[in-house]
Design a protein around this ligand. Structure first.
Ligand code: FES
Length: 167
């Protein structure tokens, strides 16, 4: 059972103590997720991709689930925060299946780089390295819904369709 947090994956020195304490209180069980997300948001003001990946690893939850929960509840904010959040996985399995081309398409289509939000605040783009669903590569999440096992063209069509119909 882990007792202290490993260094934050980005190497940043961020106040992880309260986040770790939230997980410790629940013995790092998966049911600590919501409380941990609250603790992280309180500590950092928002939840970014690396924070979510870190929490997933510590609670031994599939990152896709953590991203799904975090992007489902409006209470949690992500930086930057658009009305809708597209997560693109660029871990090895997904990269091999072409998610770099999905990112290039998003850049060309919406003028967005990872970490950015469109000027009209409609869409935020988040890049993560492996959401733990490699068998589904290439993987994206549209407002927390995991979409995978589609070719690059089909994936970009899904994104277009999702944004078109999203409220
Ligand atoms: S590399 Fe994308 S889910 Fe693992």
């Amino acid at each position: 059972m882990p007792t202290s947090a490993p260094p934050h994956p980005s190497g940043e020195n961020r106040p992880w103590r309260s986040v770790d304490q939230a997980m410790q209180r629940h013995d790092y069980r998966p049911d600590a997720l919501i409380e941990t997300l609250h603790a992280a948001q309180d500590a950092f003001g928002y939840l970014d991709g690396e924070t979510l990946a870190y929490i997933a690893a510590k609670l031994r939850l599939p990152p896709a689930k953590v991203f799904g929960v975090a992007t489902f509840y409006n209470h949690f904010s992500h930086k930057p925060k658009g009305e809708h959040t597209l997560v693109v996985c660029t871990g090895t399995a997904c990269h091999v299946k072409g998610t770099d081309r999905v990112l290039a398409w998003v850049r060309d289509r919406y003028g967005l780089l990872p970490g950015e939000t469109t000027a009209d605040n409609r869409l935020s783009l988040v890049e993560v390295r492996c959401v733990g669903a490699c068998a589904l590569a290439p993987v994206i999440l549209t407002d927390g819904d995991v979409i995978g096992k589609r070719g690059v063209e089909e994936t970009t069509a899904v994104i277009e369709e999702w944004l078109h119909h999203a409220p």
